[in-house]
Design a protein around this ligand. Sequence first.
Ligand SMILES: NC(=O)c1ccc[n+]([C@@H]2O[C@H](COP(=O)([O-])OP(=O)(O)OC[C@H]3O[C@@H](n4cnc5c(N)ncnc54)[C@H](O)[C@@H]3O)[C@@H](O)[C@H]2O)c1
Length: 307
Amino acid sequence: MIDITVIGFGNVGSSLCLLLLNNKHPLRLNVMEPDKQAEGAFLDLAHGMPLYPGKELHVNNEDLFLNADFIFFTAGVPNLHGGSRLSTAKQNIQLSKDIFEHRTFSKIPYVIVITNPVDIISHSVYQFSGLPSDHVIGTGTFLDSVRLNYYLSTLSNYKANDFDAFVLGEHGSSQVPAFSMTKLKGQSILDNSAFSTQDLELAKKLTKTAAYQIRETQPGTTYGVSKCAEVLLDYLLGTEEHLLALSMLTNEHYRKLLNLDHDIYIGMPVKLKKGNIEVYNEINLSVEEREAYCKSAAILAEIILND
Ligand SMILES: NC(=O)c1ccc[n+]([C@@H]2O[C@H](COP(=O)([O-])OP(=O)(O)OC[C@H]3O[C@@H](n4cnc5c(N)ncnc54)[C@H](O)[C@@H]3O)[C@@H](O)[C@H]2O)c1
């Protein structure tokens, strides 16, 4: 059985738990949530357990946390309505410190960070946990890339999964849609006459403002990111190779590309296969994309430096 701990049983954590219970892998799911108000929702989830063969459900089990193969970090203060993801940084950095500092894990778990600002919190989980950087992964711009696929499909007759879009940089306002890397049925989208420059600009804008649009009628975004996190589990356990954008620690190549003098977590392309995570260096961005990527990196670097 795969041991999974989900930290936080709020909107994202509970939606992710449901996806994990429906996932094909046999797994022992442990949920860490201190809020007594969540007890009813947890009981509600537990009542379905006889209908999830191959699954176990536990709550606040410290031993299972320290013995986890995968940890999903969803605990945190949600963004204020209309506020930037960066506004919650200080409180969520402290939370990641409380949860990960001085912990001794029996295995080397993968920690998949969802808590915002996800690039900053991934960096603090990496620092406080002492885990190797390729075991601390932020969902980062994976969600934005998936959203871009979705919007490109709404502007055309293609299906969302015909696209392989890449959004790099901060999971936030300075994100960088990289059309130079975006493919439609394996070909560069820039070579496809179905998309005008105006279409691409519109898809970019819709992607960037998606979270604000969702928050006009919802307390926060939930389902898209939960699905991204569950898919990451499948990719890490599977045998196929996947190239996607995730928030990872910069290597020498990205430090140079982004004019950084210290490492940061930021959305970048990575290859995933059978538990191996490899940062993908072979990218050819346009001049404008590279400039925007450097600006996004500078924003994140300043927050990390000033913390
Ligand atoms: N990366 C993304 O794309 C993305 C998308 C959506 C939400 N988020 C972020 O995910 C986080 C959670 O969002 P949400 O909507 O589920 O918020 P929420 O308020 O519904 O849930 C957060 C939960 O964390 C719990 N918590 C607080 N301290 C804890 C601790 N020490 N241990 C365990 N649990 C603790 C709270 O009790 C609460 O139940 C936020 O930071 C949000 O901004 C990120």
